[in-house]
Design a protein around this ligand. Structure first.
Ligand code: NAD
Length: 480
Protein backbone atom coordinates (compact mmCIF):
# COMPACT_ATOMS: atom_id res chain seq x y z
CA UNK A 1 0.00 0.00 0.00
CA UNK A 2 1.19 3.49 -0.81
CA UNK A 3 1.19 5.22 2.56
CA UNK A 4 0.92 8.65 1.03
CA UNK A 5 -1.92 7.70 -1.34
CA UNK A 6 -4.97 9.95 -1.25
CA UNK A 7 -7.23 8.86 1.61
CA UNK A 8 -10.57 7.19 0.85
CA UNK A 9 -13.45 9.65 0.89
CA UNK A 10 -15.21 8.25 3.96
CA UNK A 11 -14.51 5.47 6.41
CA UNK A 12 -17.77 4.22 7.87
CA UNK A 13 -17.70 1.66 10.63
CA UNK A 14 -21.25 0.80 11.61
CA UNK A 15 -20.93 -1.88 14.27
CA UNK A 16 -19.91 -2.57 17.82
CA UNK A 17 -17.86 -5.65 18.61
CA UNK A 18 -19.65 -7.70 21.26
CA UNK A 19 -19.40 -11.38 22.21
CA UNK A 20 -17.10 -12.13 19.30
CA UNK A 21 -19.28 -10.57 16.60
CA UNK A 22 -19.75 -7.31 14.77
CA UNK A 23 -23.25 -6.28 15.94
CA UNK A 24 -25.64 -3.39 15.32
CA UNK A 25 -25.78 -0.70 17.98
CA UNK A 26 -29.06 -0.22 19.86
CA UNK A 27 -29.59 3.17 18.20
CA UNK A 28 -28.55 4.68 14.90
CA UNK A 29 -26.75 7.87 15.95
CA UNK A 30 -23.16 8.29 14.75
CA UNK A 31 -20.07 10.33 15.68
CA UNK A 32 -18.16 11.99 12.81
CA UNK A 33 -14.40 11.52 12.57
CA UNK A 34 -12.33 14.43 11.28
CA UNK A 35 -9.00 14.74 9.50
CA UNK A 36 -7.38 17.47 11.62
CA UNK A 37 -4.94 18.41 8.86
CA UNK A 38 -7.83 19.55 6.63
CA UNK A 39 -10.93 19.78 8.80
CA UNK A 40 -12.70 17.32 6.46
CA UNK A 41 -14.97 14.62 7.85
CA UNK A 42 -13.40 11.28 6.91
CA UNK A 43 -15.69 8.79 8.61
CA UNK A 44 -18.44 7.92 11.03
CA UNK A 45 -18.66 5.46 13.91
CA UNK A 46 -21.65 4.53 16.08
CA UNK A 47 -22.47 6.75 19.04
CA UNK A 48 -22.84 3.94 21.57
CA UNK A 49 -25.46 4.09 24.32
CA UNK A 50 -25.76 2.74 27.87
CA UNK A 51 -27.77 -0.19 26.40
CA UNK A 52 -24.74 -1.06 24.23
CA UNK A 53 -22.48 -0.88 27.28
CA UNK A 54 -24.82 -3.22 29.21
CA UNK A 55 -24.66 -5.73 26.39
CA UNK A 56 -20.87 -5.57 26.11
CA UNK A 57 -20.32 -5.84 29.87
CA UNK A 58 -22.64 -8.86 29.98
CA UNK A 59 -20.58 -10.47 27.21
CA UNK A 60 -17.33 -9.76 29.06
CA UNK A 61 -18.82 -11.16 32.29
CA UNK A 62 -19.99 -14.32 30.54
CA UNK A 63 -16.54 -14.85 28.99
CA UNK A 64 -14.64 -14.19 32.21
CA UNK A 65 -14.73 -17.59 34.01
CA UNK A 66 -13.37 -19.54 31.04
CA UNK A 67 -10.74 -16.95 30.12
CA UNK A 68 -9.60 -16.65 33.74
CA UNK A 69 -9.28 -20.45 33.89
CA UNK A 70 -7.46 -20.71 30.55
CA UNK A 71 -3.91 -22.00 30.80
CA UNK A 72 -1.43 -19.06 30.71
CA UNK A 73 0.41 -20.64 27.77
CA UNK A 74 -2.83 -20.71 25.81
CA UNK A 75 -3.61 -17.11 26.67
CA UNK A 76 -0.10 -16.24 25.49
CA UNK A 77 -0.71 -18.12 22.23
CA UNK A 78 -3.88 -16.06 21.65
CA UNK A 79 -1.95 -12.83 22.24
CA UNK A 80 0.78 -14.08 19.89
CA UNK A 81 -1.80 -14.61 17.13
CA UNK A 82 -3.17 -11.15 17.83
CA UNK A 83 0.35 -9.72 17.47
CA UNK A 84 0.71 -11.42 14.09
CA UNK A 85 -2.67 -10.15 12.88
CA UNK A 86 -1.93 -6.64 14.08
CA UNK A 87 1.57 -6.58 12.57
CA UNK A 88 0.03 -7.52 9.21
CA UNK A 89 -2.03 -4.33 9.45
CA UNK A 90 0.89 -2.07 10.43
CA UNK A 91 0.81 0.03 7.27
CA UNK A 92 -2.96 0.46 7.39
CA UNK A 93 -2.72 1.46 11.06
CA UNK A 94 0.03 3.97 10.30
CA UNK A 95 -2.03 5.55 7.58
CA UNK A 96 -5.18 5.65 9.70
CA UNK A 97 -3.34 7.33 12.57
CA UNK A 98 -1.90 9.88 10.15
CA UNK A 99 -5.45 10.50 8.91
CA UNK A 100 -7.48 10.73 12.11
CA UNK A 101 -4.83 12.16 14.46
CA UNK A 102 -2.67 14.05 11.95
CA UNK A 103 0.56 12.37 13.12
CA UNK A 104 3.30 12.69 10.45
CA UNK A 105 3.81 9.36 8.66
CA UNK A 106 7.24 8.67 10.13
CA UNK A 107 6.03 9.19 13.69
CA UNK A 108 2.80 7.33 12.97
CA UNK A 109 4.83 4.34 11.79
CA UNK A 110 7.78 4.27 14.14
CA UNK A 111 6.13 5.30 17.41
CA UNK A 112 2.34 5.21 17.06
CA UNK A 113 2.34 1.78 15.39
CA UNK A 114 5.75 0.36 16.33
CA UNK A 115 5.52 0.92 20.09
CA UNK A 116 2.21 -0.91 20.64
CA UNK A 117 3.51 -3.83 18.59
CA UNK A 118 6.53 -3.96 20.90
CA UNK A 119 4.30 -3.73 23.97
CA UNK A 120 2.00 -6.47 22.68
CA UNK A 121 5.02 -8.71 22.01
CA UNK A 122 6.20 -8.16 25.61
CA UNK A 123 2.73 -9.12 26.85
CA UNK A 124 2.86 -12.42 24.94
CA UNK A 125 5.89 -13.32 27.04
CA UNK A 126 4.43 -12.02 30.30
CA UNK A 127 1.15 -13.89 29.69
CA UNK A 128 3.07 -17.14 29.49
CA UNK A 129 4.93 -16.37 32.71
CA UNK A 130 2.29 -15.19 35.22
CA UNK A 131 3.20 -13.52 38.54
CA UNK A 132 4.81 -16.11 40.82
CA UNK A 133 2.97 -17.50 43.85
CA UNK A 134 4.61 -16.72 47.16
CA UNK A 135 4.74 -18.41 50.55
CA UNK A 136 4.61 -16.18 53.63
CA UNK A 137 4.66 -18.31 56.82
CA UNK A 138 1.64 -20.60 56.60
CA UNK A 139 0.08 -18.56 53.77
CA UNK A 140 0.14 -19.25 50.08
CA UNK A 141 -0.22 -15.89 48.29
CA UNK A 142 -1.71 -16.08 44.81
CA UNK A 143 -2.73 -13.52 42.22
CA UNK A 144 -6.03 -13.84 40.38
CA UNK A 145 -7.54 -11.76 37.55
CA UNK A 146 -9.63 -8.87 38.89
CA UNK A 147 -12.57 -9.58 36.55
CA UNK A 148 -14.26 -7.38 33.93
CA UNK A 149 -12.19 -4.34 32.94
CA UNK A 150 -13.65 -1.14 31.48
CA UNK A 151 -10.93 0.53 29.39
CA UNK A 152 -11.33 4.18 28.38
CA UNK A 153 -8.59 5.68 26.21
CA UNK A 154 -7.54 9.07 24.75
CA UNK A 155 -6.73 10.12 21.20
CA UNK A 156 -3.06 11.06 21.43
CA UNK A 157 -1.63 7.54 20.91
CA UNK A 158 -4.74 5.80 19.56
CA UNK A 159 -3.28 2.29 19.37
CA UNK A 160 -0.66 2.38 22.11
CA UNK A 161 -3.04 3.59 24.82
CA UNK A 162 -5.46 0.79 23.93
CA UNK A 163 -2.84 -1.97 23.73
CA UNK A 164 -1.26 -0.81 27.03
CA UNK A 165 -4.56 -1.73 28.71
CA UNK A 166 -6.10 -4.53 26.67
CA UNK A 167 -2.96 -6.69 26.35
CA UNK A 168 -2.00 -6.83 30.07
CA UNK A 169 -5.65 -7.24 31.10
CA UNK A 170 -5.94 -10.26 28.79
CA UNK A 171 -2.57 -11.56 29.93
CA UNK A 172 -3.76 -11.43 33.55
CA UNK A 173 -6.95 -13.37 32.66
CA UNK A 174 -9.39 -10.45 32.65
CA UNK A 175 -12.01 -9.68 30.02
CA UNK A 176 -12.40 -6.17 28.61
CA UNK A 177 -14.88 -3.62 27.28
CA UNK A 178 -13.06 -0.85 25.39
CA UNK A 179 -14.29 2.67 24.73
CA UNK A 180 -11.72 4.43 22.53
CA UNK A 181 -11.60 8.19 22.10
CA UNK A 182 -14.35 9.51 19.86
CA UNK A 183 -11.70 11.62 18.10
CA UNK A 184 -9.64 8.62 16.90
CA UNK A 185 -11.88 5.53 16.92
CA UNK A 186 -10.91 4.19 13.47
CA UNK A 187 -7.58 2.84 14.74
CA UNK A 188 -9.41 0.84 17.42
CA UNK A 189 -11.52 -0.76 14.70
CA UNK A 190 -8.33 -2.03 13.04
CA UNK A 191 -7.33 -3.64 16.35
CA UNK A 192 -10.70 -5.38 16.44
CA UNK A 193 -10.26 -6.54 12.84
CA UNK A 194 -7.05 -8.16 14.09
CA UNK A 195 -8.82 -9.58 17.17
CA UNK A 196 -11.43 -11.16 14.89
CA UNK A 197 -8.75 -12.62 12.63
CA UNK A 198 -6.74 -13.92 15.60
CA UNK A 199 -9.82 -15.82 16.82
CA UNK A 200 -9.85 -14.65 20.43
CA UNK A 201 -12.66 -16.36 22.36
CA UNK A 202 -16.03 -14.60 22.08
CA UNK A 203 -16.61 -11.85 24.64
CA UNK A 204 -13.02 -11.66 25.87
CA UNK A 205 -12.61 -8.19 24.28
CA UNK A 206 -15.54 -5.97 23.30
CA UNK A 207 -15.74 -2.57 21.61
CA UNK A 208 -18.30 0.17 22.27
CA UNK A 209 -17.35 3.45 20.57
CA UNK A 210 -19.02 6.72 21.49
CA UNK A 211 -18.63 9.83 23.57
CA UNK A 212 -17.18 10.15 27.06
CA UNK A 213 -20.26 11.58 28.77
CA UNK A 214 -22.46 8.73 27.41
CA UNK A 215 -20.43 5.55 26.84
CA UNK A 216 -17.52 6.47 29.15
CA UNK A 217 -19.77 7.31 32.08
CA UNK A 218 -21.94 4.22 31.53
CA UNK A 219 -18.82 2.03 31.54
CA UNK A 220 -17.11 3.69 34.51
CA UNK A 221 -20.32 3.57 36.54
CA UNK A 222 -21.38 0.07 35.50
CA UNK A 223 -22.11 -2.16 38.53
CA UNK A 224 -20.56 -5.19 36.82
CA UNK A 225 -17.22 -3.59 35.87
CA UNK A 226 -14.57 -4.58 38.44
CA UNK A 227 -11.78 -2.22 37.38
CA UNK A 228 -11.84 0.94 35.29
CA UNK A 229 -8.57 1.55 33.51
CA UNK A 230 -8.48 5.11 32.19
CA UNK A 231 -5.99 7.26 30.33
CA UNK A 232 -6.83 10.88 29.69
CA UNK A 233 -7.12 14.22 31.40
CA UNK A 234 -6.93 14.65 35.15
CA UNK A 235 -10.41 16.24 35.16
CA UNK A 236 -11.98 13.15 33.55
CA UNK A 237 -9.91 10.84 35.75
CA UNK A 238 -11.37 12.56 38.80
CA UNK A 239 -14.91 12.04 37.44
CA UNK A 240 -14.19 8.36 36.76
CA UNK A 241 -12.78 7.85 40.24
CA UNK A 242 -15.99 9.35 41.67
CA UNK A 243 -18.16 7.04 39.56
CA UNK A 244 -16.14 3.98 40.57
CA UNK A 245 -16.12 5.00 44.24
CA UNK A 246 -19.88 4.49 44.51
CA UNK A 247 -19.36 0.74 44.23
CA UNK A 248 -15.75 0.67 45.54
CA UNK A 249 -14.50 -0.52 42.15
CA UNK A 250 -10.80 -0.27 41.47
CA UNK A 251 -9.42 2.37 39.14
CA UNK A 252 -6.13 2.66 37.29
CA UNK A 253 -5.58 6.23 36.12
CA UNK A 254 -2.95 7.52 33.69
CA UNK A 255 -3.49 11.28 33.66
CA UNK A 256 -1.81 14.53 32.75
CA UNK A 257 1.71 15.82 33.29
CA UNK A 258 3.92 18.90 33.36
CA UNK A 259 7.29 17.24 33.28
CA UNK A 260 10.57 19.04 33.88
CA UNK A 261 13.80 18.56 31.95
CA UNK A 262 16.71 19.56 34.22
CA UNK A 263 19.83 20.59 32.33
CA UNK A 264 22.61 20.96 34.90
CA UNK A 265 25.56 23.32 34.33
CA UNK A 266 27.97 20.54 33.34
CA UNK A 267 25.61 18.89 30.80
CA UNK A 268 26.37 18.34 27.12
CA UNK A 269 24.13 21.27 26.22
CA UNK A 270 23.74 20.63 22.49
CA UNK A 271 22.62 17.03 23.08
CA UNK A 272 20.36 17.92 26.00
CA UNK A 273 18.63 20.75 24.13
CA UNK A 274 18.14 18.74 20.95
CA UNK A 275 16.63 15.81 22.86
CA UNK A 276 14.59 18.15 25.05
CA UNK A 277 13.06 20.01 22.12
CA UNK A 278 12.35 16.72 20.35
CA UNK A 279 10.63 15.35 23.43
CA UNK A 280 8.53 18.47 24.01
CA UNK A 281 7.38 18.60 20.38
CA UNK A 282 6.81 14.86 19.89
CA UNK A 283 3.33 14.24 18.48
CA UNK A 284 2.82 18.05 18.32
CA UNK A 285 3.28 18.16 22.09
CA UNK A 286 0.27 15.89 22.61
CA UNK A 287 2.20 13.48 24.82
CA UNK A 288 1.44 13.09 28.52
CA UNK A 289 5.12 12.59 29.41
CA UNK A 290 6.33 15.59 27.36
CA UNK A 291 9.14 17.54 29.04
CA UNK A 292 7.28 20.82 28.72
CA UNK A 293 9.37 22.72 31.26
CA UNK A 294 13.04 23.03 30.30
CA UNK A 295 15.06 24.06 33.35
CA UNK A 296 18.51 25.41 32.45
CA UNK A 297 21.38 26.52 34.71
CA UNK A 298 21.79 30.29 34.59
CA UNK A 299 25.39 30.01 33.35
CA UNK A 300 24.20 28.19 30.20
CA UNK A 301 20.83 29.91 29.78
CA UNK A 302 21.61 32.34 26.91
CA UNK A 303 23.52 29.64 25.02
CA UNK A 304 20.62 27.22 25.55
CA UNK A 305 18.04 29.67 24.18
CA UNK A 306 20.06 30.03 20.95
CA UNK A 307 20.29 26.25 20.61
CA UNK A 308 16.56 25.85 21.32
CA UNK A 309 15.59 28.43 18.68
CA UNK A 310 17.82 26.71 16.11
CA UNK A 311 16.42 23.27 16.97
CA UNK A 312 12.80 24.44 16.74
CA UNK A 313 13.42 26.09 13.35
CA UNK A 314 14.11 22.62 11.90
CA UNK A 315 10.56 21.42 12.67
CA UNK A 316 8.59 21.69 9.47
CA UNK A 317 4.85 22.00 9.97
CA UNK A 318 2.50 20.57 7.37
CA UNK A 319 0.66 17.71 5.71
CA UNK A 320 1.16 14.50 7.74
CA UNK A 321 1.41 12.53 4.48
CA UNK A 322 4.35 14.66 3.24
CA UNK A 323 7.56 12.79 4.17
CA UNK A 324 9.31 16.09 5.02
CA UNK A 325 6.73 17.05 7.65
CA UNK A 326 7.96 16.81 11.24
CA UNK A 327 4.97 18.40 12.98
CA UNK A 328 1.34 17.72 12.20
CA UNK A 329 -1.74 19.60 13.36
CA UNK A 330 -3.35 19.31 16.78
CA UNK A 331 -6.17 16.81 16.99
CA UNK A 332 -9.06 19.28 16.93
CA UNK A 333 -10.00 22.94 16.54
CA UNK A 334 -10.86 23.06 20.25
CA UNK A 335 -7.42 21.72 21.22
CA UNK A 336 -5.65 24.23 18.93
CA UNK A 337 -7.72 27.03 20.43
CA UNK A 338 -6.88 25.93 23.98
CA UNK A 339 -3.18 25.83 23.15
CA UNK A 340 -3.24 29.33 21.61
CA UNK A 341 -4.99 30.55 24.74
CA UNK A 342 -2.16 29.18 26.90
CA UNK A 343 0.42 31.02 24.76
CA UNK A 344 -1.50 34.32 24.90
CA UNK A 345 -1.82 34.06 28.66
CA UNK A 346 1.89 33.25 29.10
CA UNK A 347 2.83 36.33 27.05
CA UNK A 348 0.46 38.43 29.18
CA UNK A 349 2.11 36.93 32.28
CA UNK A 350 5.49 38.26 31.13
CA UNK A 351 7.09 35.31 29.36
CA UNK A 352 9.49 36.15 26.50
CA UNK A 353 8.76 34.76 23.02
CA UNK A 354 11.78 32.91 21.58
CA UNK A 355 10.12 31.02 18.70
CA UNK A 356 6.67 30.57 17.16
CA UNK A 357 3.81 32.39 18.85
CA UNK A 358 0.71 34.12 17.50
CA UNK A 359 2.36 35.67 14.39
CA UNK A 360 4.15 32.57 13.09
CA UNK A 361 3.17 31.32 9.60
CA UNK A 362 0.81 28.33 9.40
CA UNK A 363 -0.57 26.05 6.67
CA UNK A 364 -3.81 27.50 5.25
CA UNK A 365 -6.10 24.72 6.56
CA UNK A 366 -6.18 22.40 9.55
CA UNK A 367 -5.69 22.77 13.29
CA UNK A 368 -2.04 23.82 13.23
CA UNK A 369 -0.18 25.66 15.98
CA UNK A 370 3.41 26.77 15.37
CA UNK A 371 6.05 25.25 17.67
CA UNK A 372 6.42 27.90 20.34
CA UNK A 373 9.15 28.56 22.88
CA UNK A 374 8.64 30.90 25.82
CA UNK A 375 11.57 31.91 28.03
CA UNK A 376 11.75 33.49 31.52
CA UNK A 377 8.58 31.62 32.47
CA UNK A 378 7.82 32.08 36.15
CA UNK A 379 7.68 28.68 37.93
CA UNK A 380 4.33 29.58 39.51
CA UNK A 381 2.74 30.97 36.34
CA UNK A 382 -0.07 29.19 34.50
CA UNK A 383 2.26 28.05 31.70
CA UNK A 384 4.57 26.34 34.19
CA UNK A 385 1.69 24.77 36.12
CA UNK A 386 -0.95 23.76 33.59
CA UNK A 387 -0.77 21.01 31.01
CA UNK A 388 -0.91 22.61 27.54
CA UNK A 389 -0.90 19.47 25.37
CA UNK A 390 0.48 21.32 22.37
CA UNK A 391 3.88 22.26 20.85
CA UNK A 392 4.76 24.77 23.55
CA UNK A 393 7.98 24.74 25.56
CA UNK A 394 8.48 26.81 28.74
CA UNK A 395 12.12 27.63 29.55
CA UNK A 396 13.02 28.48 33.15
CA UNK A 397 16.46 29.40 34.55
CA UNK A 398 17.81 28.11 37.89
CA UNK A 399 20.76 29.05 40.08
CA UNK A 400 21.69 25.72 41.68
CA UNK A 401 20.57 22.10 41.84
CA UNK A 402 18.41 22.58 44.93
CA UNK A 403 16.48 25.31 43.16
CA UNK A 404 16.13 23.15 40.02
CA UNK A 405 14.70 20.27 42.07
CA UNK A 406 12.34 22.64 43.89
CA UNK A 407 11.06 24.09 40.61
CA UNK A 408 10.67 20.61 39.09
CA UNK A 409 8.67 19.39 42.10
CA UNK A 410 6.56 22.56 42.20
CA UNK A 411 3.73 20.85 40.31
CA UNK A 412 0.48 19.08 41.05
CA UNK A 413 1.57 16.52 38.48
CA UNK A 414 4.32 13.91 38.75
CA UNK A 415 4.53 11.83 35.60
CA UNK A 416 7.98 12.07 34.03
CA UNK A 417 11.17 14.11 33.85
CA UNK A 418 14.76 14.21 32.73
CA UNK A 419 18.17 15.09 34.13
CA UNK A 420 21.31 15.91 32.13
CA UNK A 421 24.81 16.09 33.62
CA UNK A 422 28.34 15.06 32.65
CA UNK A 423 28.45 13.25 36.00
CA UNK A 424 25.99 10.34 35.86
CA UNK A 425 26.10 9.76 39.63
CA UNK A 426 25.12 13.36 40.17
CA UNK A 427 22.31 13.06 37.66
CA UNK A 428 21.07 9.87 39.33
CA UNK A 429 21.05 11.59 42.72
CA UNK A 430 18.92 14.39 41.25
CA UNK A 431 16.64 11.83 39.55
CA UNK A 432 15.92 10.25 42.94
CA UNK A 433 14.79 13.62 44.27
CA UNK A 434 12.16 14.16 41.56
CA UNK A 435 8.60 13.25 42.64
CA UNK A 436 7.63 11.55 39.38
CA UNK A 437 6.97 8.02 38.14
CA UNK A 438 9.63 8.12 35.41
CA UNK A 439 12.93 9.97 35.00
CA UNK A 440 15.35 9.68 32.06
CA UNK A 441 19.01 10.37 32.79
CA UNK A 442 21.15 11.68 29.93
CA UNK A 443 18.65 10.54 27.33
CA UNK A 444 18.08 7.03 28.71
CA UNK A 445 15.85 5.19 26.24
CA UNK A 446 12.17 4.42 26.78
CA UNK A 447 11.85 0.94 28.25
CA UNK A 448 8.56 -0.80 27.40
CA UNK A 449 9.04 -3.24 30.28
CA UNK A 450 9.49 -0.54 32.94
CA UNK A 451 6.53 0.54 35.12
CA UNK A 452 4.83 3.62 33.69
CA UNK A 453 2.59 5.94 35.68
CA UNK A 454 2.39 9.01 37.79
CA UNK A 455 2.66 10.46 41.28
CA UNK A 456 0.10 12.92 42.62
CA UNK A 457 -2.49 14.12 40.07
CA UNK A 458 -0.74 12.25 37.25
CA UNK A 459 -2.56 9.13 38.29
CA UNK A 460 -2.91 5.90 40.21
CA UNK A 461 -1.30 2.57 39.35
CA UNK A 462 1.22 1.53 36.74
CA UNK A 463 1.07 0.29 33.15
CA UNK A 464 3.49 -1.81 31.04
CA UNK A 465 5.67 -4.78 31.86
CA UNK A 466 5.14 -6.97 34.92
CA UNK A 467 3.70 -4.06 36.93
CA UNK A 468 1.16 -3.48 34.18
CA UNK A 469 -0.07 -7.08 34.37
CA UNK A 470 -0.20 -7.03 38.18
CA UNK A 471 -2.47 -3.97 38.00
CA UNK A 472 -5.20 -6.29 36.69
CA UNK A 473 -4.92 -8.83 39.52
CA UNK A 474 -6.30 -9.33 43.02
CA UNK A 475 -4.10 -10.80 45.76
CA UNK A 476 -5.38 -13.78 47.75
CA UNK A 477 -3.79 -15.34 50.86
CA UNK A 478 -4.62 -19.00 51.55
CA UNK A 479 -3.68 -20.21 55.05
CA UNK A 480 -2.93 -23.83 55.70
P1 NAD B 1 -10.16 13.19 28.00
O1 NAD B 1 -10.09 13.01 29.46
O2 NAD B 1 -11.00 14.27 27.47
O3 NAD B 1 -10.70 11.87 27.29
C1 NAD B 1 -10.12 10.61 27.49
C2 NAD B 1 -11.18 9.56 27.30
O4 NAD B 1 -12.15 9.71 28.32
C3 NAD B 1 -11.91 9.63 25.97
O5 NAD B 1 -12.21 8.34 25.52
C4 NAD B 1 -13.19 10.36 26.36
O6 NAD B 1 -14.28 10.06 25.52
C5 NAD B 1 -13.43 9.82 27.74
N1 NAD B 1 -14.27 10.67 28.59
C6 NAD B 1 -14.45 12.01 28.52
N2 NAD B 1 -15.31 12.42 29.47
C7 NAD B 1 -15.68 11.31 30.16
C8 NAD B 1 -16.54 11.08 31.27
N3 NAD B 1 -17.22 12.07 31.84
N4 NAD B 1 -16.67 9.82 31.73
C9 NAD B 1 -16.00 8.81 31.16
N5 NAD B 1 -15.18 8.96 30.11
C10 NAD B 1 -15.01 10.19 29.61
O7 NAD B 1 -8.67 13.26 27.54
P2 NAD B 1 -8.15 13.46 26.06
O8 NAD B 1 -8.41 14.89 25.71
O9 NAD B 1 -8.66 12.40 25.16
O10 NAD B 1 -6.60 13.21 26.23
C11 NAD B 1 -5.72 14.22 26.62
C12 NAD B 1 -5.36 14.07 28.08
O11 NAD B 1 -4.95 12.74 28.36
C13 NAD B 1 -4.21 14.94 28.47
O12 NAD B 1 -4.52 15.60 29.67
C14 NAD B 1 -3.07 13.95 28.70
O13 NAD B 1 -2.09 14.34 29.60
C15 NAD B 1 -3.75 12.75 29.14
N6 NAD B 1 -2.96 11.57 28.83
C16 NAD B 1 -2.33 10.89 29.82
C17 NAD B 1 -1.55 9.80 29.54
C18 NAD B 1 -0.85 9.00 30.59
O14 NAD B 1 -0.48 7.89 30.33
N7 NAD B 1 -0.65 9.52 31.76
C19 NAD B 1 -1.43 9.37 28.24
C20 NAD B 1 -2.09 10.09 27.24
C21 NAD B 1 -2.87 11.18 27.55
Amino acid sequence: MDLAAAPPALLHRRHLHVAGDWVDPAEGETVPVENPATGDIIGQVPAGTPADVDRAVAAARAAFPDWAATDPAERAAHLGRLHTALALRAREITRTIALELGAPLKLAGRVQTGLPLTVLRSMVELAADPPAEETIGNSLVVREPVGVVGAITPWNYPLHQVVAKVAPALAAGCTVVLKPSELTPLTAYLLFDAITEAGLPAGVVNLVPGTGPVVGEALAGHPDVDLVSFTGSTATGRRIAHLAADRIARVALELGGKSANLILADADLATAVKAGVGNALLNSGQTCTAWTRMLVHRDRYAEALDLIAAAVAAYRLGDPFDPDTRLGPLVSAAQAERVRGHVDRALADGARLVAGGPGAPLPPRGHFVAPTVLADVHPDSALAQEEVFGPVLAVIPFADTDEAVAIANNSRYGLAGAVWSADEERALAVARRLRTGQVDVNGGAFNPLAPFGGYRQSGLGRELGRYGVEEFTEVKAIQR
